[in-house]
Write a new protein. Structure first.
Lengths: 642, 111
């Protein structure tokens, strides 16, 4: 069964091709249901492969399926090969499972859109690319998927391309990602140069065997970190993700929260033996990039008023957590948090989509309030997501976040402080959002200025096709923690660390490696601190935004995202433009000047020499005659022949 | 016997005389080529030069007893014939269009 792993990308590809050829003929819901079915079939294949792998002994749980030789160029042999191992199948399971639910939601959300079938065409292409990314057996197949999801992200952010902001946001995402892609390409070149292959087995194998030098490993890891900061929206390349919210909400949930943006983290986990071999400052850089991004984005999220912008910055912050985990060696925790985050963040995004749908395309939280009475299911599921992301036990986010914090403290105290502060802020800004949207007084009654007048409309609950995925995701977000329970509070040992044991063939580093550290010995204290932070953040948010006991602190510097965008615009607009202008002038004057100079010189020489061509045949004959005489003279008199 | 006799006659004459005649012919041809403007006459001058060369070949081939010289003559004749075909064709078409055109008049073809 594991040999049939290629079927996982095959079904979405089939869906894509079918919609490409016949999409216009499909009536509205059919295209959506068709694409959804393809994702679920693919998911079933992934489940089958999963059980096949489970049945095997641990050391055989890695199956490489080679379809064909893709680039046989001399020493460079690259196969179109898929790798079915615990990591890739775990990724497939949650990407396809959550992707399928989001597809279902989108059938309801995109109802009535004139480009309905095109939307599902792009989504199918996205799912195909994403499965390529996670299943690739070498860096190049992963890179193919990597670029594919980037393209789909671009197409879907600017899906409503007649809106200028959407078109601009798409371009911004694409261009920012190019910066990161350049890092991935360089890493590939370096891997080929040093190992002679770009396959993970060769690269990780040489790292384990010790043939990979620390310097090379550091360079490869840092270049891939650059790629990850682009794709996973980390500092300094996070800027595209908040703007990506211009896309339809299911896209934000699927691509810009649950799946694609975790690609960078996945790639770093995939090459974790290389990071282990690399110099110590490499994992520390990864951890600091993640930690600072997490805190930075959380502060911005505190002051956003757009319901989706809050979630976007929250996503940046949570992926920062995953990077922090990768940097501190907690690869399992990173994957664990990736899965729980996919569940609750997809839930929150779809919930916000449901709110936007019910509010007739209103996204400003200041114009919402008291929606729980009108949208009970959306409100209930959103609250589950809120508790999960805030880290309230026993919801899923509590377990994954706590595990990351545990590993962080084992590695570095300042990073732990950053992490726990971020956790507090996360609980706070999510409470703020929930209070502003679902509680308090209704602020949507007076028609908003500048909005199209809806008259006295009433928010309404979304149709079943939209709330059904919400309910499923809420269930997952509530109990998702069971896949990797910690060994605490007398949980039977058979039920703990399931994910860690499952991923063990790919990730050697586990909780056993931090036993005996200060953090591990005091883990009950850490749990208490984490719960106190979650509850404290929620209480603070409740006091500020529902009871109005405290004045909200929303400085402009947070609302404007620390002026990061402004700074980039200024930098690119002034010194950047001058440098570009200088380069352009150099090109126009020096490079083009040299080319034009050669042409001018040739033309001048030619116009002088062509005067010799008089056209008088007899003159030519005379010249030939004189030439012959001169040649003869030279041969006979000077060379002395004859 | 007549064949042998003529061979003897050719062989009897000093090769120097042949070379003198041939260089005279060549000189006349070259001179004519340079001073005459009638294209047809210039053409004939070229033929004269070619045949001067042929005469040299034949004379030296005989005196040195090397058949290669005679072979070269055939090549020259073939080239000359081909040249005549093309050259006369061009000449006829030029003179039809512009009767009485000289070689110098054709200088405007230089472009």
């Amino acid at each position: 069964m594991a040999d049939l792993v290629w079927l996982i990308p095959a079904f979405p590809l089939f869906g894509f091709l079918t919609l490409l050829l016949l999409g216009r003929r499909f009536s509205e819901p059919l295209a959506g249901y068709f694409a959804t079915a393809m994702v679920f079939v693919s998911w079933i294949v992934a489940v089958a492969v999963y059980f096949d792998l489970v049945a095997k002994p641990e050391e055989e749980r890695s199956v490489t399926v080679t379809l064909f030789s893709w680039l046989p160029v001399g020493d460079l042999q690259i196969d179109m090969a898929f790798l079915a191992d615990p990591l890739s199948i775990t990724m497939c399971l949650f990407v396809l499972g959550i992707g399928g639910l989001i597809h279902l939601f989108a059938v309801g959300y995109m109802h009535g859109d004139p480009k309905f079938s095109k939307f599902f065409l792009y989504l199918s292409l996205f799912i195909f690319s994403m499965t390529l990314l996670v299943l690739g057996e070498n860096l190049l197949v992963t890179f193919l998927g990597w670029e594919g999801v980037g393209t789909c992200s671009y197409l879907l952010i600017s899906f409503w391309h007649t809106r200028e902001s959407a078109a601009t946001a798409g371009k911004k995402a694409f261009i920012t990602n190019r910066v990161g892609d350049f890092g991935v390409m360089l890493a590939m070149f370096l891997a080929f140069e040093s190992v002679g292959s770009v396959s993970y087995s060769a690269l990780n194998g040489s790292a384990v065997a010790g043939t990979l030098s620390a310097a090379t490993a550091s360079a490869i890891a840092m270049l891939l970190l650059l790629g990850a900061t682009g794709k996973s929206a980390q500092l300094p390349l996070y800027v595209w993700l908040p703007d990506a919210m211009e896309g339809p909400t299911p896209v934000s949930a699927l691509i810009h929260a649950a799946t694609m943006v975790t690609g960078g983290v996945f790639l770093l986990v995939r090459i974790n033996p290389v990071i282990t071999v690399a110099a110590d400052w490499v994992p520390m850089s990864i951890a600091w990039v993640g930690g600072i991004t997490a805190l930075f984005a959380a502060t911005i999220a505190v002051a956003q008023n757009d319901i989706k912008k809050v979630l976007a910055y929250s996503t940046v912050s949570q992926i920062g957590f995953m990077m922090l985990a990768v940097g501190t060696g907690a690869y399992v925790a990173a994957i664990f948090h990736m899965i729980t985050h996919a569940m609750f963040k997809a839930l929150l995004f779809l919930g916000s989509g449901s709110v936007i749908h019910g509010m007739h395309d209103e996204q400003d939280m200041r114009k919402m309030g008291a929606l729980r009475k009108f949208m009970p299911i959306t409100a209930a599921t959103f609250i589950v997501g809120w508790l999960a992301i805030a880290g309230v036990p026993p919801f899923s986010g509590f377990f994954s976040k706590d595990e990351i914090l545990l590993f962080t403290l084992a590695e570095s105290v300042p990073l732990y402080v950053i992490g726990i502060t971020t956790a507090l802020l996360t609980a706070f800004y999510m409470t703020r959002q929930v209070m502003m949207v679902f509680f308090g007084e209704a602020r949507w009654k007076d028609p908003a200025e500048g909005q199209e007048a809806h008259g006295d409309f009433k928010p309404h609950e979304s149709p079943a096709i939209m709330w059904f995925p919400l309910v499923v995701l809420a269930g997952l977000a509530a109990i998702g923690g069971i896949i990797n329970l910690p060994g605490l509070f007398g949980i039977p040992s058979g039920g703990t660390h399931r994910l860690e044991e499952w991923l063990h063939p790919v990730i050697a580093f586990g909780e056993a490696d931090i036993k005996g550290t200060f953090a591990y010995d005091n883990k009950y204290v850490l749990v208490a601190i984490a719960v106190a932070c979650a509850v404290g953040g929620i209480a603070l948010g409740w006091l500020v935004y529902l009871k109005n006991r405290l004045k909200p602190i929303e400085p402009v510097v947070f609302a404007r995202g620390w002026y990061y965008d402004t700074a980039i615009s200024w930098f690119m607009g002034n010194p950047g433009r001058e440098v570009a202008q200088g380069v352009a002038d150099f090109d126009a004057n020096v490079v083009d000047g040299a080319v034009r100079g050669v042409a001018t010189a040739v033309r001048a020489t030619a116009s002088e020499t062509r005067k010799a061509q008089t056209g008088y045949v007899r003159q030519y004959a005379a010249v030939v005659g004189v030439g012959v005489v001169l040649l003869l003279t030279w041969f006979v008199v000077i060379r002395g022949i004859l | 016997m007549a064949q042998t006799g003529s061979c003897d006659v050719i062989a009897a004459v000093e090769p120097t005389w042949y070379l003198i005649v041939s260089s005279l012919l060549f000189g006349i041809g070259a001179f004519g080529l340079l001073v005459r403007r009638n294209p047809l006459v210039m053409f004939m001058c070229i033929e004269l030069m070619l045949n001067a060369a042929n005469l040299t070949f034949v004379a030296l081939a005989t005196s040195l007893g090397d058949i290669n010289g005679q072979t070269a003559v055939f090549f020259v004749m073939v080239v000359a014939a081909a040249e005549v075909v093309v050259g006369l064709g061009i000449l006829v078409s030029i003179l039809r269009r512009r009767p009485g055109a000289t070689a110098d008049d054709l200088a405007e073809l230089k472009g």
